[in-house]
Ligand binder design. Sequence first.
Ligand code: PMP
Length: 395
Amino acid sequence: MTASPLVWLDSAATSQKPRQVIQALVDYYEGYNANVHRGVHALSMESTGRYEEARQKVADFVNAESAKCLIWTRNTTEGINLVANSWAMDNIKPGDEIVVTAMEHHSNLVPWQQIAKKKDAKLRILPLADDHTLDMDAVDRIIGPRTRLLAMSHESNAVGTINPVKELAAKARAVGAAVLVDGAQSVPHMPVDVQDIDCDFLAFSGHKMLGPTGIGGLYVKLDVLEQMTPFLTGGEMVLAVTYEDATWDDLPMRFEAGTPNIADAIGLGAAVDYLNALGMDNVREHEVSLTRYALDAFKELEEELDVYGPKDAEKRGGIVSFHHPDVHPHDLGTVLDRRGIAIRTGHHCAMPMVRSLGVPATARASMYLYNTEEEVDLLVDALKEALRYFGNGAK
Ligand code: PMP
């Protein structure tokens, strides 16, 4: 238990959940718990109906052309690994290049390192400019005829930069490459439209967008998905099986072997209802305004702290990452925790990116739709006090 009242500034790690989402889980377990796509009995039909209805909601949320394009996963990490182990194993050839950005979360870096090794392909990194946006001049030098895949985060979880994914996708398409977007930090926070971006893959996590843990989505463009071979095989993904062979079920079940996470998929549907009721444009607008307020408030601490990421709130999400040269982020985080303020400290699973800032770790405050300007004030006051406590060494 943390001190109360809680100031939750760790939504980039996971969001808090509205009562409606928790209630959807309770309703499923108390009211119609049954496996899906199996029984002819009433409960199975009800659970199947609600589960597929949730898929449609989530598919619509990212404007997928069909609910068939939305595969349930556990999280963003699993979605990207599915693409790596299915699409990439069949499509990346020796000498091909996989391009990622220098700001990737490990989830969108390590799987591509593995594929590059297995396939004798080359991993290329799009560098950053001084303000931690992508160096767009380098993009045109690096994306070229050998590029087979561009895999990029939509928003950096380490410094908050929002990447121009539509523009980058067009550059990749122009050289015939496929496009994967890591939407872990964008889908919860802004309208995301896969058809507008024109990406082949979009991976995201339910737990960062008011939904339960253990459920996420992977969008795959329909014609790409139709050509992909399943990565996991077994029950629930087959049409007919003999002792010698098997044929695959329809999309998207073909990619969902085994009993799925029914309750949490339905819970994610409830989270999407909640977000839709607020309106994603409003969610984004609130965050831009709160981020602007926070960046302004942090100016008071500019002499002591390095604050990372673009200065313009329109170019970033509600993630404010900072570092003091003499105070370890863990110490700052611990002092803030005593005041009930939860921030994240560390390398944020983006070790190469954070190291490139010249520090081993940062402190990160990440905001969402429930945060307020008063909470930003509490954070800044607590930071001032913490820095006084640690001797206020100037940077
Ligand atoms: N990508 C980014 C940009 C993230 O912020 C995260 C979560 N911190 C992930 C991928 C991985 O998400 P998950 O742990 O839910 O798979």
